[in-house]
Design a protein around this ligand. Structure first.
Ligand code: GAL
Length: 375
């Protein structure tokens, strides 16, 4: 896959910078927990790092897991990379196994942010350092670092993108534009931030009456999609369309993940959206997964969020290496997990539409127009 190749080339560059500079970032602030000092040589020879990813069903976890594994292995670490099939029990036992195997550092992207307390406590009792990756580990003192995207800003981008896509500014309250809201899985801390961030941008249009959620389903609980499952989103969209849109047209729908967007678009197409007399509703997304890029390039999905995965995974590799060597990094900010302020690094993310696919993909050498053509 081209995307993976580019990530590996970038990784090689990150590693050469880390090696050349020794300490890639300024000294840590007081919020950062310093690692016990170990000699670089000893760490490089023997240290085991555990990487626990939620599932292989979303493209990004495979790319980022492989990227971090390759980066740490070329720096001399042993890496145990596991994917947990979206099963909390499986993730717990995989992490327990990493602890038993003697891991010194754990990188965890949790399925359910609040369900890892037992293995985390076990890890802390053995002085293992813990980094929450992309999804914060919630309600526990036993997490040292968070490396993720700024989820509230991502939510803002989603909300703005939807309002731009349906041209909400031009709407007339006497003839409002109808939208529906979809959210992610409630056990993922990002879900709340994406949803709130998006609704903040949409709310002024709801208040002015230019935009209406016709189903009236506007609470996070009503809009959530357990397990980030595209089929669940597809079914909910089907139900919304048959209950509320037999006479009116749905102008757009908020989606926080490409895997949901494609399910929603499937339901829309099944009742005739995407034809000359019934234009496709503007559906947002996130992750820029290949099937969604194809969909956007071919005028179905409206937008996605471009996440610079090499920035995030590269940062996690840097943090892990620096902390294990006892040369802590400046994590730049903190993120509260309902138990403590966790030292955090937040990367930015960007709205992607058909117009910006060339900028984010073709010009970077990831995919060509031919790759995104309908088969
Ligand atoms: C979230 C992540 C999103 C998306 C989603 C479904 O935690 O932030 O980018 O990947 O999971 O996998």
């Amino acid at each position: 896959m081209k995307r993976i190749l580019v990530l590996f080339l970038t990784l090689a560059m990150i590693l050469s910078v880390v090696t050349a500079c020794g300490t890639p970032q300024p000294a840590a602030p007081a919020t950062t927990t310093a690692a016990p000092a170990t000699s670089a040589a000893a760490a490089a020879d023997t240290t085991l790092v555990g990487i626990s990813m939620p599932t292989r069903t979303a493209e990004r976890w495979i790319i980022e897991g492989d990227f971090m594994k390759a980066g740490l292995e070329s720096a001399g670490y042993e890496v145990d990379l596991q994917f947990a099939n979206d099963q909390v029990d499986q993730q717990v036992s995989q992490v327990e196994n990493m602890i038993t195997r003697g891991a010194k550092f754990l990188i965890i992207c949790p399925i359910d942010g609040a369900s890892m307390s037992a293995p985390l406590a076990q890890a802390k009792a053995q002085n293992i350092q813990i980094l929450a990756y992309d999804r914060l580990l919630m309600e526990t003192q036993d997490v040292d670092y968070f490396v993720g995207f700024d989820s509230t800003r991502i939510g803002n981008h989603m909300g703005n993108s939807l309002m731009k896509g349906i041209n909400a500014d031009a709407a007339d309250p006497a003839n409002p534009l109808y939208i529906e809201l979809f959210a992610g899985s409630l056990d993922d801390s990002n879900t709340h931030l994406y949803f709130d961030g998006a609704v903040d941008m949409i709310q002024p249009y709801l208040d002015s009456g230019k935009v209406v959620v016709k189903s009236g389903q506007t609470s996070l609980n009503e809009c959530a999609t357990p397990g980030w499952d595209g089929l669940v989103a597809q079914n909910r969209m089907q139900n919304l369309l048959s209950a509320h849109y037999t006479d009116d047209i749905l102008a757009g729908a908020l989606s926080p993940y490409d895997g949901l967007s494609l399910g929603m678009i499937g339901a829309l197409k099944a009742v005739g959206y995407g034809s000359a007399d019934k234009p496709m509703a503007k559906v947002t997304g996130q992750d820029c997964e290949l099937p969604s890029l194809i969909s956007i390039w071919n005028d179905e999905q409206y937008s996605s969020i471009f996440l610079d995965l090499e920035v995030l995974a590269g940062r996690a590799v840097e943090v892990c290496e620096a902390m294990l060597k006892g040369t802590p990094l400046d994590m730049t900010t903190t993120y509260n997990n309902d138990a403590k302020d966790v030292a955090a690094y937040l990367a930015d993310a960007f709205e992607l539409t058909k117009e910006t696919i060339p900028k984010y993909f073709f010009e970077r050498g990831e995919y060509t127009e031919a790759d995104l053509a309908l088969q």
